[in-house]
Design a protein around this ligand. Structure first.
Ligand code: NAD
Length: 433
C-alpha cells in the first residue's frame, strides 16, 4: 500500500519505517525541516533501538522516503497516518492544534478517496471532529479511522512488529477491510470497534497502567514504614494471574510524553461530561509526590545540601530512550539546585535533550557513570540504565567522597549492598549501613 505518515516523532517515524519494512511504500512527512534534513542525511533524530538499521535498509530498497512536502505526499498515498503530537494545554486538556493543522493541510491536498488513520492519542470525539474539518474543505470522499498506538519508547520497533493487539476504530466496512489488511502481517489479534471506543481504549489503557504504578508506589511508601520489602510484595502479588507482574516496580514514578498528559486528559474528558474521575486524580497526585522520595531521603542524610556534591545517574524518563519530556529527573534536579547542591549529572543518551529541554544551568555534565560519581557526597539513581546496575561497587566506593547511594529504581541487589560501605536507600525496601 502507499502510505504517508504525518509527523516523524517517536510514533510516526517508527510506524512509517516498520510499515515500509512490511513491503509498503511509505513517505514520512514532518513540518520540522531540520528533522527531515537529518533523515535525508541518514541521521535519526530520535534514539530508538534497531531504528537506524531499519531506516537504512528500507531507504536502500526504495520503499521509504522523507519529505516536508505534505501536499505532494498526500496526493500519491492511499492511506494517510496522522501521528503528530497532542501535548497538554495548561488545564490538562489535549491540545489539538497540531492535529487540526495537519488535517486541514491533508484536506486541501486531497485528490481522490483516501483513508485518514489517526494514530495520535486524541480525546473521544476527535476523529468525528477531524471528519467534519475534512468535509468542510474537500469534496473528495474519505474515511477517518482511529488506530491508537501502544508502542513504548525504548522498545518501539519491537512493539510495533509484535503488538499485543491492534485496535481499529472504524465505522465503514471498506476502510475496515483495508486497515485490517495493513495490520494483518503484524498480528492476528485485531480488535475492531466503533471510533469512540477505540479513542477511549487508549486513554483507559494508559490510565490503568499509571494506576498500577501509583498503587505500588504507595504500597512501597507503606513498606518503608512497616519494615516490609516492596519487591517481594510485588512478586507475591504479581504471581496472581488476575494481577500480573508488570507495572509493579516501585520507584520515583512515571514520566514521559504519554502517561502524565494522557491521565490529565482523561480527567478532563470525564470532567467535560461532569464526571469526577476521583481515582485517576489520586493516581496523578501520588505520582507527583513520589519523585520527592529521593530528595527527602537526601535531606534525611544531610540536613543541609549547600555545597554538597550530588551525582545524578539517569535523566531520561526511562532507559533506552533519549526522551526527557515529563521526566522526574527535571523536577528532582531543579529542587536540588534550589537547595544549593552542586550537581554532576550523567545519562548514556539523554544529556543533550535534557540540557536543551530543561534549561537548567550550572550542572556539570559528565562522560560516564564513574566520572559523575567522583568526589560525590551522594549518588541518586533516577533511570534504570544497565550501565548503573552493572557498575563495580568496589571501584565506585573508591571514587566517591561519601558513600551514599539512593536508588530511585530499586536496581541494585540488596545482598551486594548490605556488606558494602555504602549507605544504601531504595524505594520501599529496607535501607542499609
Ligand atoms: P513527537 O512530538 O515525537 O512527534 C510529533 C511530530 O509531529 C513532530 O516531529 C512535529 O514536528 C510533527 N508535526 C506536528 N504538526 C505537523 C504537521 N502539521 N505536519 C507535519 N508534521 C507535524 O510525538 P510522539 O511522541 O511521536 O507522539 C505522537 C502522538 O502519538 C501523540 O498523540 C502521543 O500521545 C501518541 N503516542 C505516543 C507514544 C510515545 O511513546 N511517544 C506512544 C503512543 C502514542
Amino acid at each position: 500500500m502507499r502510505i504517508t505518515v504525518i509527523g516523524t516523532g517517536y510514533v510516526g517515524l517508527v510506524s512509517g519505517v516498520c510499515f515500509s519494512n512490511l513491503g509498503n511504500e511509505v513517505t514520512c512527512v514532518d513540518k520540522d525541516k531540520s528533522k527531515i534534513d537529518m533523515l535525508l542525511r541518514g541521521e535519526v533524530p530520535i534514539f530508538e533501538p534497531g531504528l537506524k538499521d531499519l531506516i537504512e535498509h528500507n531507504v536502500s530498497e526504495n520503499r521509504l522516503s522523507f519529505t516536508s512536502d505534505l501536499s505532494k505526499s498526500v496526493k500519491s498515498a492511499e492511506i494517510i497516518i496522522i501521528a503528530v503530537g497532542t501535548p497538554s494545554l495548561p488545564n490538562g486538556e489535549a491540545n489539538l492544534q497540531y492535529i487540526e493543522q495537519a488535517v486541514r493541510e491533508v484536506a486541501v491536498a486531497l485528490n481522490g478517496y483516501k483513508i485518514i488513520m489517526t494514530k495520535s492519542t486524541v480525546p473521544v470525539g476527535t476523529n468525528e471532529h477531524i471528519a467534519s474539518i475534512m468535509s468542510e474543505l474537500t469534496a473528495h470522499n474519505f474515511d477517518v479511522v482511529s488506530v491508537p498506538e501502544f508502542l513504548r519508547e525504548g522498545s518501539a520497533v519491537k512493539d510495533t512488529f509484535h503488538p499485543d493487539r491492534i485496535v481499529i476504530g472504524v465505522n465503514n466496512k471498506r476502510a475496515e477491510q483495508q486497515i485490517c489488511d495493513l495490520h494483518k502481517p503484524l498480528t492476528e489479534n485485531i480488535i475492531v470497534t466503533d471510533v469512540r471506543s477505540a479513542e477511549m481504549i487508549k486513554y483507559a489503557s494508559n490510565a490503568f497502567l499509571a494506576t498500577k504504578i501509583s498503587f505500588i508506589n504507595e504500597v512501597a511508601n507503606i513498606c518503608e514504614k512497616v519494615g516490609a520489602d516492596v519487591t517481594m510484595v510485588a512478586k507475591g502479588m504479581g504471581q496472581d494471574r488476575r494481577i500480573g507482574p508488570s507495572f509493579l516496580s516501585a520507584g520515583i514514578g512515571y514520566g514521559g510524553s504519554c502517561f502524565p498528559k494522557d491521565t490529565d486528559a482523561l480527567i478532563q474528558i470525564a470532567g467535560n461530561v461532569e464526571y469526577n474521575f476521583k481515582l485517576l486524580r489520586a493516581v496523578v497526585e501520588v505520582n507527583k509526590d513520589q519523585r520527592f522520595n529521593v530528595t527527602n531521603k537526601l535531606m534525611d542524610v544531610y540536613r543541609d545540601l549547600k555545597d554538597k556534591t550530588i551525582t545524578i545517574w539517569g535523566l531520561a524518563f526511562k532507559p533506552n530512550t533519549d526522551d526527557v519530556r515529563e521526566a522526574p529527573s527535571i523536577e528532582i534536579v531543579e529542587t536540588l539546585v534550589k537547595l544549593g547542591a552542586k550537581l554532576k549529572v550523567y545519562d548514556p543518551i539523554a544529556m543533550e535533550k535534557f540540557r536543551v529541554f530543561s534549561g537548567i544551568v550550572g550542572l556539570e555534565y559528565c562522560n560516564n557513570a564513574m566520572e559523575a560519581a567522583a568526589g560525590s557526597d551522594a549518588i541518586c539513581l533516577l533511570t534504570e540504565w544497565d550501565e548503573f546496575s552493572n557498575i563495580d561497587l568496589q571501584e565506585l566506593g573508591k571514587v566517591v567522597r561519601t558513600p551514599v547511594l539512593i536508588d530511585g529504581r530499586n536496581v541494585f541487589d540488596e545482598n551486594k549492598l548490605v556488606n558494602s560501605k555504602f549507605q544504601y536507600y531504595s524505594i520501599g525496601r529496607p535501607h542499609f549501613n
